[in-house]
Design a protein around this ligand. Structure first.
Ligand code: NOJ
Length: 552
């Protein structure tokens, strides 16, 4: 493992921060976040240590799925600003050394997109074949994505009597990726935003995107390889970060079997879900099992680690019993759950405000091999607002100051009240408080960036002699970091066997202190309840006499 090209392969240990322009900061006082507001806060993000922003969809939209229903792929939603504002924002982000990627939502359009309006004019309409039509409803999946609103993925179009495919809501007709014209158009969309400076895309709903490519028109995965090849021709270090919520066995092909020529990064939904099970049980085993099972990403590709995203915190890869365990621990009330498979809560509520446990969870996530992706507000402990409908409960505005500070007007969505309201949770206060979550996050990110072996290295789980303790080492290029995390609520002394490191020094990177690895037997590492330690390995200093001999 060589880390020589860390800046060429910038995504390998990036710190990705996902935000919605609409809820981040309002710059024109209308209650809706916008590019001008976001641009004012770029320094906040740079100080936090973010290296790559992921913008949720900011395109013109019918806004029936929070922007994931696009009506024009080549513009900016007028509520959020203009293309001019976008370019100014990009320039500022680049000036502060940050890359920007954005959601690419091309599995479907809005049913109000001009392409669909054209296509539904009749069976012979020139754009008919840009979407997927059948005379009779086609096969149904085992479960639809939004069971609260849909019971089929086929919708009858009254004018023609035919049915169109919609993998998500019925107002989101699927584009026909089997149509070469559609694929060319998608390349144009990629090219357009890359010319404006995007470093890549978070690709929405990847398995759905390629599923309707008919085998006569080529291997579905060639669609992804084609997009990636196009981007690489335009810009060698651009990335595709894919949303592929599948078990590893199926998922790994989305990196491009053997060749690594499809997605540059895939979100690791398995580790995310197993981590929550581990946290619920206060036991490392479920997480270790997932990481052992996880295939290596191909050379130059990377896993993206996360604990929650903007959607429901999905637990669909757990068994029914395991899911119920997590529900019981972190979201026992029905209103906290959604679609029968996930939680519409953020971490502070799930951990009942226990800062120690929040730090533990993020420290663990950042220490795992992969590129961490955080969702805006996680760094200050933003809570959810369960009074807001559905998945939007976790998409409330960023809290900048005691009075909210998001907008002088009524915000686009109500902030939470009570102990997670802006009087108690906001950026301004936490900036002034050296013990705040925000300050700790800054340190965590700084350390993560200083330890590229965590992201790049070989993950080796270590026996720590206690079921609550997750211990692992990451080795790359002759450098080693050991990370030890106590998932339990009782203090423990971990006993960690470190092969080949007898006599080395372990320097704690998050709190003060140095420990020496004994010549034989395990190193003993005391851990507080929910305690965490990141330990950099270095050789023991030569005895002083050596130095004096050399001096003579
Ligand atoms: C996945 C996105 O994350 C989600 O928010 C959206 O509703 C669906 N794809 C449809 O675009």
């Amino acid at each position: 493992m060589r880390m020589t090209y860390t800046s060429d392969l910038w995504w390998k240990n990036a710190v990705v921060y996902c935000l919605d322009v609409e809820t981040f900061k309002d710059g024109d006082g209308d209650g809706i976040g916008d590019f001008r507001g976001l641009t004012q806060e770029i320094d906040y993000l740079a100080d936090l240590g973010v290296t790559c922003l992921w913008l949720m969809p900011f395109y013109p939209t019918a806004n029936r799925d929070d922007g994931y229903d696009v009506t024009d792929f080549y513009s900016v939603d007028p509520r959020l600003g203009t293309l001019g504002d976008f370019v100014e924002f990009m320039r500022t982000a680049h000036d502060r050394g940050m890359r920007v990627i954005a959601d690419l939502v091309v599995n479907h359009t809005s049913d109000r997109h001009p392409w669909f309006l054209e296509a539904r004019k009749g069976k012979d309409a020139p754009m008919r074949d840009w979407f997927v039509w059948k005379d009779e409803p086609g096969p149904e999946p085992e479960q639809v994505v939004f069971p609260d609103q849909e019971d089929s993925v086929w919708e009858r179009d009254d004018r023609s009597g035919q049915y169109y495919l919609h993998s998500f809501y019925k107002h989101q007709p699927d584009l026909n990726m089997g149509n070469p014209e559609v694929r060319d158009e998608i390349s144009r969309i990629l090219g357009f935003w890359m010319e404006l400076g995007l470093a890549g895309f978070r690709v929405d709903a990847v398995p759905f995107l390629i599923e309707n490519v008919s085998p006569q028109l080529g291997e579905p995965h060639e669609v992804l390889a084609g997009l990636r090849a196009f981007m690489t021709r335009r810009k060698g270090n651009s990335v595709l970060l894919g949303e592929v919520n599948l078990p590893y066995k199926e998922l790994v092909s989305y990196f491009g079997d053997g060749l690594g020529d499809e997605l540059t990064m895939c979100f690791d939904f398995t580790v995310m879900q197993r981590a929550w099970l581990a946290l619920a049980r206060r036991e490392a085993a479920p997480l270790v099992a997932a990481l052992r099972e996880r295939p290596d990403a191909p050379k130059d590709a990377q896993w993206a680690t996360f604990l929650r995203n903007h959607d429901e915190l999905t637990l669909d890869q757990l068994s029914d019993e395991e899911r119920q365990e997590v529900f019981r621990a972190f979201g026992p009330e029905e209103r906290m759950q959604i679609f029968g498979r996930g939680l519409r809560r953020r971490m502070p509520g799930m951990f009942d405000g226990d800062l120690r446990r929040m730090k533990l969870a993020y420290s663990l996530m950042f220490s795992l091999p992969g590129t961490p992706v955080i969702f805006y507000g996680e760094e200050i402990g933003l809570g959810e607002n369960l009074d807001v409908e559905g998945r939007m409960a976790v998409r409330t505005p960023m809290q900048w100051s005691k009075d909210g500070g998001f907008s002088p007007a009524e915000p686009v969505r109500p902030m939470p009240g009570g102990r997670f309201g802006p009087e108690h949770v906001n950026v301004e206060d936490q900036k002034r408080d050296t013990d705040s979550l925000l300050r700790w996050f800054q340190l965590l990110i700084e350390r993560y960036r200083e330890c590229p072996e965590l992201a790049w290295g070989e993950y080796e789980p270590l026996d720590a002699g206690h079921p609550a303790v997750h211990a692992h080492r990451s080795d790359a290029d002759g450098a080693t970091v050991v990370a030890v995390h106590n998932l339990g609520d009782e203090a423990v002394e971990a006993e960690v066997e470190l092969d080949g490191l007898a006599g080395s020094l372990l320097t704690d990177l998050l709190v003060d202190g140095t420990v020496e690895v004994p010549e034989s037997g395990p190193v003993r590492l005391p851990l507080d309840p929910y305690g965490t330690r990141w330990l950099r390995v270095s050789a023991r200093k030569k005895p002083a006499e050596d130095a004096s001999i050399k001096a003579h």
